[in-house]
Write a protein that binds this ligand. Sequence first.
Ligand code: AMP
Length: 215
Amino acid sequence: MRVILLGAPGAGKGTQAKFLKDKFGVPQISTGDMLREAKTQGSLLGQKAAEFMANGQLVPDAVVIGIIEERLKKADCQTGFILDGFPRTLPQAKALGEMLTQKQIKADAVLNFTVSDSELVSRLSGRRVCVKCGAGYHIEFQKPTQEGVCDRCGAILVQRDDDKKETIERRLKVYREQTAPLIDYYEREGILKNIEGSGEIKSILQKVLASLAIN
Ligand code: AMP
């Protein structure tokens, strides 16, 4: 199963990617997670990416395309993958198309999660993540048992720098200008499926599975 998840920041790509990863036993490839990891490790790549990320800008195409190219070569991707947050620009989509053609494979589907701007803002501004295991929470919709503490590993929960109000607006603008054109791009390729992404996480998953013709 090779699936690409599209949608604005906060549309639920990461949440659904985790379900799909477990369901199909294929890796969730999140460029955002990979860049954050590189930043934490203090690598040159992480240092280069950090400033773009903190400002809500996209990291240059050549950098993320290189990361994905390397990642898709790994053994665990040979039976499939869930791309979460890549591609985000037309050049990235074209580069991915070339990589897949070279491997003589195709994406099975592109799922586009649609959520209203006001809901995106409320989801992102209330989002909290565990500093240790990366588990996601929300201060209203998905509270941890103990405020500020991860249910899974007991570490503290923090707000991502780029989930602060001023950066959220910039990320949504970047999405509209640079990523939204991919909807038409994949529609023309005939593999786009739109999923209404508001509501309960479980009911969205049902819609996702139905769109992939899986029960
Ligand atoms: P995310 O966790 O997917 O919201 O990504 C967080 C940040 O990482 C984005 O705001 C970008 O700065 C950067 N990033 C993640 N994926 C990409 C990508 N495909 N292209 C460029 N920048 C990206």
